[in-house]
Ligand binder design. Structure first.
Ligand code: SF4
Length: 357
């Protein structure tokens, strides 16, 4: 059983316990991050015994770290590091710790694999394994928080749901994980504004987020403002044409008052021409938005290559001249296959790390 708030409430009701016990237990699991019912001292001995006889708190493990030795060598933890985590059922997922200036960002996976098969993405090509539970997402954050403390003595400053999988195909669990990570009276407590949920543009999910009251940021992988090309790059875009996506974004802007970030990965000779920049300008200027241009990281056996620097500069100039807000980001972690679109799991040797289940 996954220990969500709702499930814990059910369990407490079945055991004839008052409702507040569920919140107490949840805090023991996700704030104190206890892996032993016996140690939950604010809970009666008889309830602890009942829980221990019926349920288990299982632990996950970091099975491989890439980039660690070079990170240590920098002395300030300023190197992107990729973690391979084994879930309790042996499923493997990857998470990435991305330092940048004052920021320390945890890039978290929402699914093991992904069913959407975007043509440029290693995760899509490994196929879909399963949705992750909420605890498996909070677990990734806690593992990366532990690493951050070890490396810098500091805290994670940002969380992005941009690892393996499409978060909006697993939105209930993402929302549950966000609620745990932002819990005000929890030891790990981060503002919703420091969390970004990313999507390829699943309209129903965007509408749900808009109506949910969440104040997290929303990033939409656009990659082209041409419908046909977009479908070639991301087949699921065929189900959500740009016009329909646009209506969902307008609704999101209106209901939340927040901008969206369009993520646009520049692919040499594919979506980086002057005409592509014009199409993007025409599309984006209708919305409250920012544009985040990122370099493509070549993946062995994939047909795509990053845009030439001159082409990228011309593309950026076009957007800026049109008055759009643009950031250009060199996607980090390419050397360890931890950059955007490069995550795909492979098993490796084990090293332990605790977590709650
Ligand atoms: S880019 Fe995202 S949505 Fe597309 S296949 Fe990769 S993980 Fe899935």
């Amino acid at each position: 059983m996954e220990f969500t708030r709702a499930r814990l409430t059910d369990v407490m009701a079945k055991l004839g316990e008052p409702g507040f016990r569920a919140a107490q237990l949840h805090r023991w699991l996700y704030s104190q991050r206890s892996d032993d019912f016996g140690a939950m001292s604010s809970i009666s001995t008889s309830l602890r015994q009942k829980l221990a006889s019926s349920y288990a708190i299982r632990v996950s493990s970091v099975v491989r770290t890439e980039g660690e030795s070079s990170a240590s060598m920098t002395g300030d933890g300023s190197q992107t590091v990729k973690y391979l985590l084994r879930m309790p059922d042996d499923e493997l997922v990857e998470s990435v710790l991305i330092p940048s200036g004052e920021r320390m960002t945890a890039c978290i996976s929402a699914q093991a694999g992904c069913p959407l098969q975007c043509s440029f993405c290693a995760t899509g090509h490994m196929g879909f394994r399963r949705n992750l539970h909420a605890f498996e997402m909070t677990d990734q954050v806690f593992a990366l928080q532990q690493e951050t403390e070890k490396r810098t003595g500091g805290r994670l400053t940002n969380i992005v749901f941009m690892g393996m999988g499409e978060p909006l195909l697993n939105l209930d669990n993402v929302i549950e994980a966000v609620a745990t990570l932002t819990g005000k009276d929890y030891s790990f407590s981060i503002s919703e504004k420091r969390i970004t949920i990313s999507t390829v543009g699943l309209v129903r999910g965007i509408e749900r987020i808009a109506a949910s009251g969440l104040k997290t940021k929303l990033a939409i992988s656009l990659h082209s403002a041409d419908q046909q090309l977009r479908e070639r790059l991301m087949p699921v875009a065929g189900q959500y044409p740009l016009d329909e996506l646009g209506r969902a974004i307008t609704g999101y802007n209106r209901m939340t008052g927040l901008p969206v970030t369009f993520v646009y990965m520049l692919l040499r000779g594919v979506n980086d021409t002057a005409e592509d920049a014009r199409k993007l300008t025409r599309y984006a200027r209708r919305f409250l938005c920012k544009i985040n241009l990122i370099d493509y990281n070549s993946i062995v056996n994939f047909e795509f290559r990053p845009a030439y620097p001159d082409t990228r500069d011309a593309f950026v100039r076009h957007l800026l001249d049109a008055g759009l807000q643009v950031t250009v980001r060199k996607s980090q972690g390419a050397a360890i296959n931890a950059a955007c679109g490069q995550l795909a799991t492979q098993p490796g040797p084990s090293a332990s790390n605790r977590s709650n289940y």
